[in-house]
Design a protein. Structure first.
Lengths: 268, 169
């Protein structure tokens, strides 16, 4: 349980960080996913670039109806209310159920998303949100829609010389409904099926189904699921091939419960 | 392999030494500073035995590698000597049979102290959820949950909780 040898770099600024990535260094933020992989020698990078101390990596700013969450913002900060308003309440509920507090104190939203483990919480829920991942590369920032950021298992739309700099999500109006269900047999373990549903007043309800050993599946129109959770869940799962029956059952129940949670919120 | 300079503040004392970047904090604490109260169990961030405070918040020492810790302030189980919350937890762990072999106990205590300070109104379900990142293979958790419940009740001035009763000093 000791890592293979690697070189450690702590870049002083963003250009230095990008230069390290271009040279092949593995970016590390909170290190809560890559840390175990290093110890288990599943990952054996020659060098790691520690992004945690870079200026502006952590922190939340709201401007013009858009919330910009620095990629280095920890799960614990989000759990404790770093993101204001309705959006903050929704994200805090997700953050609180990530792993354990000792992990949430170090692990970051951007690190987790860029790592793109199919069972990770931000990977599972962020495709349901209208918004963008902000990638920083040699040519500056570019924006990637959240529902297209994770492209595969441990694969993202980031280029090799880009780093995830921030996540931008429009603030949510107070009437926004949210449902989220994550199946774990033990609190904090990796999800076996996660579903979420986001209904913003005046917009088509959206959602995501994830943690099925596949990249997250965005649900661009969750109207049918919200209207009839039973039939809606079955319709969403019908085209998915190759799922074990137990996994399919968990996914179906996660979808139904997320939809019912969002519906109940409307009645409250 | 190249070693890098590392500056830490551990239990209030500055410490400077050289370490391979791949060394993790738990091995540094145990091997370099002989602070063997920090235990290593799974060494991949699952069991919680190595939980220490890094910059004031609980964290897994086994997945905090040397370089990332440079400049950090660390508090291990040996560093809570004058802390009244930890003193209350130690008394409650003894009273409630919250430890048997003691392997998980340093990590349990660091986590328990965080629960007591961060979640003063936590009920049993929340305590169990918050303790879920620390594995104990002896007690079945009941004593640990009772001990944390007892300290929370003491701090609320409420002696009617399940952990109430005389506390040996």
């Amino acid at each position: 349980m000791k890592p293979a040898a690697f070189a450690y770099e702590r870049p002083a600024d963003w250009p230095a960080a990008l230069a390290l990535l271009a040279a092949g260094a593995r970016p590390v933020a909170g290190g809560q996913s890559i840390g175990p992989m290093l110890n288990l020698r599943v990952a054996q990078p020659d060098a790691v670039a520690d992004l945690r101390h870079l200026p502006g990596f952590a922190g939340v700013a709201v401007e013009g109806g858009l919330c910009r969450i620095g990629a280095g913002t920890t799960h614990a900060a989000i759990e404790d209310g770093a993101v204001p308003g309705r959006l903050g309440a929704v994200l805090a509920g997700v953050a609180r159920r990530i792993a354990y507090r000792a992990v949430r104190n170090r692990g970051t939203i951007g690190g987790s998303l860029a790592h793109a483990d199919p069972a990770a919480d931000w990977v599972a829920v962020l495709p349901a949100f209208p918004g963008h991942a902000v990638a920083l590369g040699p040519a500056g920032e570019r924006r990637i829609p959240l529902d297209g950021f994770v492209t595969g298992i441990f694969a993202t739309a980031l280029a090799p010389d880009e780093v995830l700099r921030a996540i931008e999500i429009p603030v949510l109006p107070e009437g926004t409904r949210w449902g989220h269900w994550k199946f774990c047999r033990k609190p904090g373990e990796f999800s076996k099926a996660t579903a979420c549903l986001l209904a913003i007043p005046g917009q088509t309800p959206r959602g995501a189904l994830a943690a099925l050993d596949e990249p997250p599946m965005p649900i661009p129109d969750a109207t049918a699921l919200l209207a009839d959770p039973e039939a809606g869940a079955d319709a969403l799962l019908a085209p998915i091939r190759g799922l074990d029956p137990w996994r399919r059952a968990l996914a179906r129940t996660a979808l139904r419960r997320a939809a019912r949670m969002a519906s109940r919120m409307a009645d409250a | 392999m190249t070693r890098i300079p590392l500056r830490l503040t551990v239990n209030g004392e500055p410490a400077e030494f050289l370490a391979e970047p791949r060394t993790h904090l738990a091995d540094i604490l145990r091997g370099e500073l002989l602070l063997t109260g920090t235990h290593t169990g799974c060494e991949h961030g699952v069991c919680g035995a190595c939980t220490v405070e890094i910059d004031g918040a609980p964290a897994r020492a086994c997945i905090a590698h040397a370089g990332t810790c440079d400049g950090a302030t660390v508090r291990t189980i040996e560093g809570f000597g004058g802390d009244p919350v930890m003193a209350a937890l130690r008394r409650a762990f003894a009273a409630e049979h919250a430890l048997q072999c003691g392997y998980c106990t340093p990590g349990m205590l660091v986590t328990a102290r965080d629960i007591v300070l961060r979640l003063p109104d936590a009920d049993e379900a929340r305590i169990r959820e918050e303790l879920s990142g620390n594995l104990c293979r002896c007690t079945g958790y009941r004593g640990i949950v009772r001990a944390v419940t007892r300290v929370l009740a003491e701090r609320r001035g409420d002696d009617s909780g399940p952990g109430s009763g005389p506390v040996p000093v």
